[in-house]
Design a protein around this ligand. Structure first.
Ligand code: EPS
Length: 381
């Protein structure tokens, strides 16, 4: 099993992440990881922090002479902002003692201090911060590079910001990538940006929806045989783990409103392409397995709970009515959440692939993969 585990606080020294159980023999290009880190930092509605951080990864272990060697891979991303927080965030005795005592509604703040018997909300918010998702994207890039060896590509795009939805997807993949909100509809994007400006003016935040897509998959990843081995179970868990994600759908978002006859993907066969479908309502998953179509996941992202115009709260030490802690914050992170979800989907798919085809070396996995593809290209008659 490929596992990913991270450590690090938002204003601490930096973030580290370990990928364990990763196959040997994959070429790793650090520039590709840094480009993905950059993608996560972009998007209209990001806050000032993104002007301080230019995330760059350092590979500490598990890669030698440009290739993975089967050992745990560890990565390090420095927090540039630590320079401004050293006196409050270092591991020794702190020079500055200014505890945060006003928990923000909707964040981990209050329950975190109750759970761990803490008297400073900063001990919670530093780790609960979405800064941690930079570590996931760095690790996720290595998983994406692995999937690419099998022709599997991942992408994401913004589908909605607040109550404004994409109406017409007219941009090319490249233009989506280069647009301010990574959105396929230039007209609706303008309206979305206006909405973000209005929220920023009021000290408020906005959520939205991002679509994540994986193409080039073979049929048969995951299995229907147990609840916890279904691929949709795993995709939902992995993407739901992203801070602020409150809902996950696979396939059509409005499928519950359709009659059964319009919600399935009819099956055809021709000698050249084998089995095909004329639609993809299922989002590439049937019975908890990939069916060979694009896997399409939509994530619903709630508006961020760090507000410049604070909500009502109660002091954790005295119970007195106070305004919630004001943290410098982003107004909208929907495009960034899409990049993070690509990383989480990549981890899930890389695990499904190695579960089926082995996990020691890229070459062995490829041999098993080719053999399987040869078999399923034949009809069962
Ligand atoms: C975050 C608040 C902001 C974000 C941060 C997540 O940080 P700060 O309070 O330091 O300005 O910018 O996100 C990142 C640093 C990042 O890399 O995504 C929060 O409250 O979760």
């Amino acid at each position: 099993m490929i596992r990913m585990i991270s450590a690090g606080e938002s204003h601490g020294k930096g973030l580290s992440v370990i990928i364990d159980g990763f196959p040997a023999g994959l070429t790793i290009d650090v520039d590709v990881i840094n480009a993905e880190l950059k993608r996560r930092q972009l998007g209209y509605g990001r806050g000032k922090r993104m002007q301080i951080e230019t995330d760059e990864v350092e590979i500490l272990s598990g890669v030698r002479n440009g290739k993975t060697i089967g050992s745990p891979i560890s990565l390090w991303i420095k927090n540039r902002d630590y320079a401004n927080w050293q006196s409050r965030m270092n591991a020794g005795k702190l020079d500055v003692d200014d505890p945060v005592t006003a928990p923000r509604p909707g964040h981990a703040d209050l329950v975190g201090v109750q759970k761990f018997a803490l008297d400073d909300v900063r001990n919670v918010l530093e780790r609960a911060s979405a800064r941690e998702t930079a570590a996931r994207v760095a690790a996720g890039t290595i998983l994406k590079l692995f999937l690419k060896e099998f022709g599997i590509q991942l992408s994401s795009q913004t589908i909605a910001i607040g109550n404004i939805e994409v109406a017409e997807k007219s941009r090319s993949a490249e233009d989506i990538e280069n647009s301010p909100l990574r959105c396929a509809d230039p007209e609706q994007e303008k309206a979305m940006m206006k909405l973000i400006d209005a929220a920023a003016e009021k000290g408020d935040t906005l959520g939205g929806v991002s679509e994540i897509r994986a193409s080039g998959l073979c049929p048969g990843l995951g299995t229907y045989t147990q609840w916890d081995t279904r691929l949709d179970t795993k995709i939902a868990a992995a993407t739901m783990s992203i801070p602020s994600v409150k809902g996950v759908t696979i396939g059509d978002r409005n499928i519950s409103q359709k009659p059964g006859s319009a919600a399935q993907d009819e099956i055809f066969y021709n000698a050249e392409d084998g089995f095909t479908r004329s639609s993809n309502h299922a989002g590439g998953i049937e019975g908890g397995m990939t069916n060979g179509n694009d896997v399409v996941v939509n994530i619903e992202i709630k508006p961020l709970p760090s507000l410049r115009s604070p909500l009502k709260s109660a002091d954790i030490r005295t119970g007195a009515a106070v305004d919630a802690q004001k943290e410098r914050a982003d107004v909208c992170v929907v495009p960034a959440a899409g990049v993070v979800a690509e990383a989480m989907l990549a981890l899930t798919l890389a695990n499904a692939l190695t579960d089926k085809f082995g996990s020691d070396t890229v070459e062995d996995i490829q041999t098993n993969y080719k053999q399987y593809m040869k078999r399923i290209c034949k009809t069962s008659s």
